[in-house]
Write a protein that binds this ligand. Structure first.
Ligand SMILES: Nc1ncnc2c1ncn2[C@@H]1O[C@H](COP(=O)(O)OP(=O)(O)OP(=O)(O)O)[C@@H](O)[C@H]1O
Length: 387
């Protein structure tokens, strides 16, 4: 748990970076701090591990006043992950990941084992990547190492400052999804700084929208998008918040349609007859394991042989949990009327297809769910006793 009570930071030059800030991130909660450049997000974050000392107020981590702790000890027990990562160039990826366990005096074998586990957890092969030096990694891989390093000593609290800010949008969405999966398992208390409202909405259990050293709204993503508290928040969230919803709504199993399906080794003539009976002009082709292979047109396979003789590979597909925005962009990019969906990127097991109609349905579902959530929040606020 992280609690700010009336915290102010005034820099020596007189800049008031943070003004009388009070908010709390509950245990296991991911709170995103979002706002334009210079509004005090990084200052807020760095006060938690005392890289910056507050001028006034009190900050607690797991119930203890941070000012009572030794700053060096404090930092070793709080994970910290920043943009561009700051990996040591002369150390291997494994040694970089094991930095904090090393500082904590863990024996070499134990810390390298832990580092390897962590690399695996963030999707890097310890055998393949562990012995490399950071300059031999892509930007996205370096960010993963940054996350692994922050988690190495299993800290209960994690501070992340634009950790995915320096990678391209596709890798970024990928890293965000992976981090969400990781967080679902770890349930760390996380403060996550970003200037990107879409990232804030996608990742945060709650969002603190910052404006000029203050919090303008501290609420669920649904409430921030659906009921901005002030004109400033409405402006920051943007007039296109309906579109932003596309990036925070995930494809779910229930959104998908079930198209005709044939197998690679099916007899082509009988497959064609079955498709004709259903009035279908195409079918999804699966391999013997039920994994997505491609598609065929019903006219082509009428000539006989096996479906495998005609099947075409799929250009594009999506995993469950990908955003509707990605689905929409993929449809446009490939000029496709439908997109095949698999249960996850690695296994490739086919689960259904997304069409423009089902995409629209999914968007409706998200809007309705948010409207209900916002209505509930308002009722709860209304029913608070008046004092
Ligand atoms: N060391 C410093 N001395 C004086 N002013 C500072 C210092 N560090 C930050 N500031 C000022 O404090 C304010 C808040 O800065 P901060 O870095 O916390 O904002 P931010 O929201 O994280 O911005 P960004 O997204 O650009 O990193 C800004 O006006 C900034 O110029």
């Amino acid at each position: 748990m992280i609690r700010f009570e009336h915290v102010t930071k005034r820099y020596p030059d007189g800049t008031n970076a943070v003004n009388d800030l009070s908010f709390e991130a509950a245990e296991g909660e991911l709170v995103t701090l979002v706002g334009p450049s210079g509004c005090g997000k990084t200052t807020t974050l760095k006060m938690v591990n005392r890289l910056i000392e507050p001028t006034a107020g009190r900050i607690e981590v797991d119930g203890a006043d941070i000012m009572a702790a030794d700053p060096v000890q404090l930092r070793r027990h709080i994970g910290y992950c920043i943009q561009n990562v700051g990996l040591f160039p002369h150390k291997t990826v494994l040694d970089n990941t094991a930095t904090v366990p090393h500082l904590l005096g863990w024996p070499r074998e134990k810390r390298l084992k832990r580092a390897a586990e962590l690399l695996d957890l963030v999707g890097l092969d310890p055998e393949e990547h562990g012995r490399r030096y950071p300059d031999r990694l892509s930007g996205g891989q370096r960010q993963r190492v940054g996350v692994a390093r922050a988690l190495a000593a299993d800290p209960p609290v994690l501070l992340m400052d634009e950790p995915f800010g320096a990678v391209d949008p596709v890798v970024r969405e990928h890293l965000q999804n992976e981090f969400l999966k990781l967080q679902a398992r770890m349930r760390k208390t996380v403060l996550f700084v970003t200037h990107d409202i879409e990232e804030a909405v996608r990742l945060g259990d709650r969002i603190a929208v910052f404006g000029d050293g203050r919090i303008e709204q501290f609420d669920s993503p649904a409430a921030v998008l659906g009921a901005p508290a002030t004109p400033y928040v409405a402006d920051f969230v943007g007039a296109d918040r309906g579109l932003k919803r596309l990036s925070v709504t995930e494809i779910e199993r229930g959104d998908l349609e079930e198209p005709p399906v044939v197998r690679l080794d099916d007899d082509a003539r009988s497959a064609a007859a079955a498709l004709r009976d259903r009035g279908a002009r195409w079918a999804v082709v699966l391999d013997e394991d039920g994994d997505l292979h491609g598609w065929v047109g019903s006219d082509e396979i009428a000539k006989g042989g096996a479906v495998a003789d005609y099947a075409r590979r799929m250009d594009a597909w999506l995993p469950l949990g990908a955003s509707l925005k990605r689905a929409f962009a993929t449809m446009l990019q490939y000029d496709a009327g439908w997109i095949a969906v698999v249960d996850d990127e690695e296994s490739g097991h086919f689960v259904g297809v997304l069409t423009p109609a089902s995409l629209h349905e999914a968007l409706r579902r998200s809007i309705d769910a948010d409207a209900r959530a916002v209505a509930r929040a308002e009722v709860e606020l209304d029913s608070l006793p008046q004092v």
